[in-house]
Write a protein that binds this ligand. Structure first.
Ligand SMILES: Nc1ncnc2c1ncn2[C@@H]1O[C@H](COP(=O)(O)OP(=O)(O)OP(=O)(O)O)[C@@H](O)[C@H]1O
Length: 346
């Protein structure tokens, strides 16, 4: 451990700096694994998709989650919202422990925690009209009359920038990708949630529409005091929307901290490599800096390396990296890194 690094309190204690406020969401030691089976249902292995993830999210905060494909971002999201029951660990949301809740209890929680997916057409029933799609959660969770629901649907359409008279009777396939994602967002905010998990929610949209939908998400965040878990491949998008960022590598958090700090001075060699892998435009010369390819292939989550899971790809790795799993360590007030040899601060 470097002299400026301070070990973080053991998992289960306060992982992020919360300034005495109650976190909206506390995830502790979350583990999700999938058993793989061959012919005859014989167990062939275990996919270690999420391995001991812990963090806090504050009300109104946006936490970006980045990492290569297969690093466990979507699995983490599913285990938080209880689409899948995690193998172990805890998820505490608005003071309630979600793991082990009955389906009925989870349904109630979903009024306050919603998910927006990458493919809006996949998440909207193609046979339903837009008004029915948005009214569905109101029907299930409130005792509104038909007229009240219709008024609320129009209000929600206005909120997401779609003219009610034009869009309420359309079916999803009569919408563009951006319009369909706006409808998915209207449905997600219908019950006034405190948290929306966006899983690549703007990734399938072209650049201009993506910017518009990001503006909408930011507007809703301010107007409705929403918190977001914002999962995306696109590092520039994550930088734009997030307060803090979690960098995932092979099911674990490699680095966690304020987004400006992590992007300006990543301390984990994996975060550095991930950030170097995107082209950056030099504003003065107008020339794009050549991206540097990430070193090697990510190891298989079926058989992750011992010790540090990044060590087989890491130029800084030494013997200890194969023997001891690095603990999450504070490198500044709110910035933590899981590495035996973190990069020096600039
Ligand atoms: N139901 C499942 N059964 C078996 N393995 C799974 C299952 N779901 C996910 N995995 C595996 O778990 C690992 C993590 O997958 P996950 O989709 O969470 O990663 P991701 O970071 O979201 O990737 P992407 O950015 O491509 O969406 C991968 O190796 C994936 O193949």
């Amino acid at each position: 451990m470097t002299d400026h690094a301070v070990r973080v309190a053991p998992a289960g204690a306060d992982v992020a700096t919360t300034n005495g406020r109650e976190p909206l969401l506390s995830v502790r030691d979350l583990v999700q694994e999938y058993v793989t089976r061959g012919p005859g249902g014989v167990k062939t292995g275990v996919v270690h998709a999420v391995s001991g993830v812990s963090f806090d999210l504050m009300p109104g905060e946006t936490l970006g989650i980045v990492g290569e494909t297969g690093s466990g971002k979507s699995t983490l999201a599913r285990a938080i919202i209880q689409v899948e029951t995690p193998r172990s660990g805890t998820v505490r949301f608005q003071g309630q422990d979600l793991v082990g809740m009955s389906k009925r209890e989870i349904k109630k929680v979903r009024a306050n925690m919603q998910m927006v997916y990458q493919d809006p057409f996949g998440s909207l029933n193609p046979r339903w009209r837009v008004s029915d799609v948005i009214a569905e959660p109101l029907l299930g969770h409130t005792s509104m009359t038909r007229e009240q629901r219709a008024a609320r649907v129009d209000e929600l359409l206005e909120l997401v920038g779609l003219r009610p008279s034009t869009y309420r009777h359309r079916r999803p396939l009569e919408l563009s990708g951006g319009q369909a994602q706006r409808v998915a967002i209207a449905r997600a905010v219908a019950l006034g949630p405190a948290l929306i998990i966006c899983d690549e929610a703007t990734s399938s949209l072209d650049v201009l529409i993506r910017a518009q939908v990001l503006n909408l998400l930011e507007k809703l965040r301010e107007e409705l005091n929403l918190a977001y878990l914002f999962i995306a491949h696109d590092l520039a998008t994550v930088k734009r929307v997030s307060d803090r960022v979690a960098v995932m590598h092979l099911g674990q958090l490699a680095e966690f901290g304020p987004v400006d700090e992590v992007y300006a001075a990543p301390r984990h060699p994996y975060s550095r490599a991930l950030l170097d892998s995107i082209p950056v435009l030099d504003i003065e010369t107008g020339i794009a800096k050549r991206p540097v390819a990430l070193p090697g292939e990510p190891p298989s989550p079926l058989n992750p390396p011992s010790g540090c899971r990044f060590r087989t790809r890491c130029a800084r790795a030494q013997d200890v990296c194969a023997e001891v799993e690095p603990e999450r360590t504070k490198v500044s007030d709110r910035h933590e890194v899981s590495c035996h040899f973190p990069l020096a601060a600039p």
